[in-house]
Design a protein around this ligand. Structure first.
Ligand code: ASP
Ligand code: MG
Length: 418
């Protein structure tokens, strides 16, 4: 008998009929002989609704009270879901974050889990109960209600799975897995049966928004096997695994992209030690995150310094850079907020050279100019004009044959050999 933690997101419990559907799935899991702990989010857009109410009162709602308010959404869900289970004759008990004792630090609206007391849950499971826990919330040492940041129920689920040493943490959502790229952009994008943690981190941070990134980090750290699957469609979803070696690993696993990029360039700065810090220091002091960084040396001993930020930070970063420019007596500031980032991701790149050059060739053949490049062991990212994003992603998906199932092919090859 195994212990499974299942998490159902807001869309999965947005009304009573969906709630009943979820209850049936939980009951079926228990009937199959598993112990089940369920984490549930607030119904549909409830958290947004509550947040909006607070903002009708003040621009910056008091963080402590905002947490008290937002945490109510999940409390509604746990009670209704337990009633749904009871109506089917399935024993179940609900707990708020505080009742389970999901202890967090005191950073309201983005607190971190420090400890989970699993005693109550284990006792209930031993009695054959389904345990339903409110996602997204906890309690600090002083007894204040805290929340984990938007999308935080994923983290609750993973943390519970880690604390209980669950056999699997299943994240049920409205998509049926993680795809080779966004299926809304590339129609023959393929669901990946498995993906490694490292790949998933790259894919989620780059915009494949299926899982809260903190939850993936947490799962990787505590070795929690994580599976993403659909509430509404049967299937085995995508398993996120640490096990690279047992996978017949394709070189490129997926393509992530983001339209949220902006590029800034400061020209003609003196090429001397400390200059990068002088330019980026004020940017990070303003809490603006910098992604790609490139320094190009000119032949006059001056350099052009380019970097990217999230598009929402563009105006502010531009203003800061103007000041830096004046202080340094540099040659001016340029920028472009209409750019996009495309990244090839795959752990197979570790052992294969030449992926970047293939990528450049493919984009070049489509007449797409590459503005910046960044690479890591398992990723190549390029910056392109936003208007070429779709074209670029489609061409790369085709060129790297991501629509073909590498596991199927490998199995086929083995069959032929045998
Ligand atoms: N209800 C919270 C939110 O909407 C937490 C979650 O759904 O994960 O962000
Ligand atoms: Mg969510």
């Amino acid at each position: 008998m195994s212990l499974i933690v299942q998490k159902y997101g807001g869309t999965s419990v947005s009304d009573i009929s969906r709630m009943m559907h979820v209850a049936r799935k939980i009951k079926a899991t228990q009937n199959a002989g598993h112990s089940v702990v369920v984490v549930v989010s607030a119904m549909g857009h409830e958290t947004d609704r509550l947040d909006d109410l607070a903002h009708q009162i003040m621009d910056n709602p008091t963080p402590r009270e905002l947490d008290v308010l937002l945490a109510t959404g999940e409390q509604v869900s746990i009670a209704l879901l337990c009633m749904a289970l009871h109506s089917m004759g399935c024993p179940a008990r609900s707990y708020t974050g505080a009742q389970v004792a999901i202890r967090t630090n005191s950073v309201h609206t983005k607190s971190r889990i420090e400890h989970i007391d699993d005693e109550k849950i284990r006792a209930d499971l031993a009695q054959g109960m389904v345990v339903v826990v409110a996602g997204f919330q906890g309690i600090d040492a002083a007894g204040n209600t805290t929340t984990l940041g938007r999308g935080g129920s994923d983290t609750t689920a993973v943390a519970l799975a880690a604390a209980l040493k669950a056999d699997e943490c299943q994240i049920y959502t409205d998509v049926d897995g993680v795809y080779t790229t966004d299926p809304r952009m590339v129609s023959d994008a393929r669901r990946m049966p498995r993906v490694t943690f490292d790949e998933m981190l790259e894919l989620s941070s780059l915009g494949a928004q299926v899982l809260q990134i903190r939850a993936v980090e947490f799962a990787g750290k505590y070795n929690v096997p994580l599976r993403v699957l659909s509430t509404f469609k049967e299937g085995s979803g995508t398993l996120i695994t640490f096990d690279e070696k047992s996978m017949e690993q394709p070189i490129v696993s997926g393509i992530a992209f983001s339209r949220e990029e902006a590029k800034l360039i400061i020209r003609g700065v003196p090429d001397k030690p400390g200059i990068a810090g002088q330019i980026l220091g004020p940017i990070s002091d303003a809490n603006i995150e910098v992604d790609m960084i490139v320094q190009i040396l000119g032949d006059d001993g001056n350099t052009d310094f380019a970097f990217t930020v999230h598009r929402r930070d563009y105006e502010q970063a531009f203003a800061i850079l103007r000041e830096v420019n004046d202080e340094l007596g540099a040659g001016g500031v340029l920028g472009d907020a209409k750019i996009a980032k495309v990244s090839l991701v795959g752990v197979g790149m570790r052992s294969h050279a030449g992926i970047a050059s293939t990528m450049f060739k493919v984009l070049g053949a489509e007449g797409i100019n590459i503005q910046l490049v960044a690479t890591s062991e398992i990723k190549v990212s390029v910056l392109v004009d936003e208007k070429y994003l779709e074209l670029g992603v489609r061409a790369l998906h085709e060129a790297f044959r991501l629509h073909e199932d590498p596991y199927e092919e490998e199995a086929e090859r083995r069959r032929l050999r045998a």
